[in-house]
Design a protein around this ligand. Structure first.
Ligand code: FA5
Length: 351
């Protein structure tokens, strides 16, 4: 029996050498160590042996079994390494010293100004909120004091969906949700509501150098006890001087929006023509409507669950796309949606 074990061991060594891939190695394992494998079969002959013989033979078979398992594992590892070596040899040669062609993309100018505005407002304690692009008539209009049939609806030619919902025509659509979200905290802890909510807006408009049918706004609200127009003017001034990093001419004039009282139009002097001559980028007026704003109408506060007798607040609707135009000197707003890499690649993100 001892010779039989030696013979099996030698035979295994030979077959292992010639097993050239994982499949033949697995077949080999089954032939030796499987339920009906040659080593397993050896144990079956032990029934006829004496107790003494059984003990020593059993130990020898177990030793062979362990040897076989280890040799198969070792061969499997060798085969894997051989496989990797082969793959490496087949790889095309490359020269590590050739300089890399650095063609990196850049962020879109609107993304850049949006991030800049978010940075400015978050340092002043504002939260940044996200809001869906498809909203209900209630969110976009009724909740902000624009009931059905109100003439102010004509100011925005809205895209309606077949299910009655609409593509957000103004970021004001999020005002009610924001007031409801932060209002309870305001009342419990006496903390102001301070939030900005940038978003894409859609209007069925004829396009020109300053009008697109798809553009970005960034709405902001602040509500607390004793908020006044001076707070509004302070935040608008801070935002503009931080964005432009230089003095720019600003004009505040009365403006009508049903969700604010009083309401203002905040225009900036056109930075394309300098504001003196007028150009297509400012509709030849020298001024660009940038950020209407005002004190939140009591009805809007009430609809948002806030008592207008106790609290006041301001809101603004910054035209982010127009801000990007002015900041980067882009003469025509349509270039921003053109998808032209030639135009966009001028604005590298160094943030
Ligand atoms: C509004 O949308 C109001 N919801 C803003 C507001 C919010 C007022 C809170 C008061 C309080 P308006 O339609 O004027 O207002 O748009 C606001 C700004 O968005 C404009 O000043 C302009 O900068 C930008 N904007 C409006 N329409 C377009 C357009 N078609 N293309 C590009 N920018 C636009």
């Amino acid at each position: 029996m001892k010779e039989k074990l030696e013979q099996l061991k030698a035979q295994l060594a030979q077959e292992l050498d010639s097993a050239a891939d994982a499949l033949s190695l697995d077949n080999l394992r089954v032939r030796y160590l499987g339920k009906k494998g040659q080593i397993t079969e050896l144990l079956k002959g032990m029934k006829e042996m004496s107790a003494e013989e059984r003990k020593s033979f059993g130990a020898a078979v177990n030793e062979l079994k362990q040897h076989a398992a280890e040799s198969i594992a070792k061969r499997s590892q060798e085969l894997k390494e051989l496989e990797i070596k082969k793959e490496i040899e087949l790889m095309p040669e490359f020269d590590l010293t050739i300089p890399v062609k650095e063609e990196r993309g850049s962020y879109h100018p609107i993304t850049l100004v949006q991030r800049e505005c978010e940075r400015i407002f978050t340092t002043m304690g504002f939260n940044v909120e996200d809001y869906p692009e498809v909203v209900t008539d209630y969110e976009c209009f009724e909740a902000v004091n624009v009931p059905k049939d109100h003439p102010a609806r004509d100011m925005q030619d809205t895209y309606y969906l077949e299910n009655g919902e609409l593509l957000k025509s103004q970021t004001s659509a999020a005002q009610n949700a924001i007031l409801r979200k932060y209002g309870p905290r305001l009342m419990e802890k006496g903390m102001p509501i301070r939030a900005i909510f940038p978003g894409r807006c859609f209007r069925n408009e004829a396009t020109d150098a300053t009008h697109e049918n798809t553009f970005f706004q960034m709405e902001g609200v602040m509500v607390d006890k004793n908020i006044s127009i001076s707070n509004l003017i302070y935040f608008m001034k801070t935002m503009l001087s931080e964005v432009f990093q230089k003095d720019i001419k600003v004009r505040l004039r009365p403006g009508f929006f049903p969700f604010v009282e009083p309401g203002f139009e905040l225009d900036i002097s056109c930075l394309i023509c300098g504001g003196d001559t007028g150009c297509p980028s400012c509709n030849h007026s020298g001024w660009l409507e940038l950020c209407p704003c005002g004190m939140i109408h009591p009805e809007v506060l009430r609809e948002g669950g806030i008592d207008p007798e106790e609290y006041t607040g301001f809101a603004f609707g910054l035209g982010l796309t127009r801000l990007a135009m002015m900041k980067y000197g882009i003469k025509d707003i349509r270039d921003l949606n053109s998808g032209s890499l030639k135009v966009m690649s001028q604005f590298t993100d160094d943030k």
